[in-house]
Design a protein around this ligand. Structure first.
Ligand code: GCU
Length: 331
């Protein structure tokens, strides 16, 4: 199947719905949804959500607006999802690590080396499993609308990490995710859970020796000013996720829901290429302007250490085991 034909099967469903008349009928009531996230306005995910906002306005003849609040001004990711779950905030952009605290099914997307490549990642997230995960938490106060690419994560620190042995006794910032904590422990380092917004200072003050993320964090969050070594071990590919409060979702008309689903799927598609460009540009800037050294490593040594995580998550529930097997089969 070509990449084009594979384009987001659940997104394609919403595209079909568009043809069936997203524009057809809007209640007189105009609505504004508030969306919180913790990235800067220069980030490709923020820009993709602007694409979604503009498209929703267009599709609903101006009756559904989205106000986007970047830079964690309405709270960090954890706080924002709590507000969404409580129905106080409409939407949040978070990621599958942060969501683990809200539903263990998200551990699945945090398993190291589960995805063999970017193609494998998209095949899964644009397919049935990706769609089912978006709907998995409807009974818990929120549901997923779409995914955004956040690349492959690697370790970065104030000293070079060339093998798991170099991680021994380093304090590594992780997201507040049980699987990330377990991963870093299995690699021999000490995990320190912190919110993203607190990390720059923690690195600068030596509270942690390093962290793990995609290369854009070096530039957009300026972590490359402090951490001069980035290891390309690609341990996880954790999607950013856009979630909406179940209360807000239920309060929308069917036409507004269809427009939002369609615009969200389109914004995911628009961010795919934008992500790659942003990631490549971040690597160049980090190398050339910040003096960050990128280190190629034998990823098998890192993967070997973390193998128990896959087995632990698979034993969590029959659904988790089924999905892991299905994801592996799509490699
Ligand atoms: C990614 C993601 C952020 C998240 C961050 C983190 O960069 O896009 O939303 O906060 O990882 O490690 O906390």
């Amino acid at each position: 199947m070509t990449t084009r034909r594979r384009f987001c099967t659940w997104g394609a469903g919403t595209l079909l719905l568009a043809g069936l008349g997203v524009r057809s009928s809007f209640s007189a009531e105009a609505r504004t949804l508030r969306l919180s996230h913790n990235l800067t306005t220069a980030h490709s995910v923020h820009q993709a959500m602007q694409v979604m906002r503009d498209r929703v306005l267009e599709l609903t003849d101006g009756t559904l607006s989205i106000d986007i609040y970047p830079n964690a001004q309405l709270g960090n990711q954890r706080e924002s999802v709590e507000l969404v779950q409580a129905g106080i905030l409409d939407m949040a952009k978070t990621n599958a690590s942060e969501l683990e605290a809200f539903d263990p099914i998200f551990s699945l997307l945090n398993i190291p080396y589960l995805f063999e490549s970017g193609e494998h990642y998209y095949r899964v997230l644009e397919g049935d499993i990706g769609r089912d995960i978006l709907g998995a938490t409807a009974g818990k106060g929120f549901r997923g609308l779409t995914y955004y690419d956040s690349g492959a994560r690697g370790f970065y620190a104030t000293r070079p990490i060339e093998s798991p042995a170099d991680l021994k006794n380093l304090k590594i910032r992780v997201q507040p995710s049980p699987t990330a904590i377990e991963m870093v422990e299995l690699m021999g380092a000490s995990p320190t859970p912190l919110a993203f917004g607190d990390l720059y200072t923690a690195l600068q003050q030596g509270v942690v020796d390093g962290a793990e993320n995609n290369p854009t964090a070096l530039v957009t969050a300026r972590h490359g000013e402090v951490a001069k070594f980035f290891t390309l071990d690609e341990h996880t590919r954790i999607p950013d996720m856009l979630v909406i409060s179940e209360a807000s979702w239920q309060s929308l008309s069917n036409a507004h829901r269809r427009a939002l689903r369609l615009a969200a799927a389109e914004s995911m598609a628009s961010q795919k290429a934008a992500w790659q460009r942003a990631s490549d540009a971040a690597v160049s800037t980090a190398k050339e302007e910040m003096g960050v050294e990128f280190i190629e490593v034998d990823t098998a040594a890192f993967a070997e250490r973390t193998r128990p995580i896959r087995d632990r998550v698979a034993s969590q529930s029959s659904r988790a085991r089924r999905w892991i097997e299905a994801i592996e089969a799509q490699a």
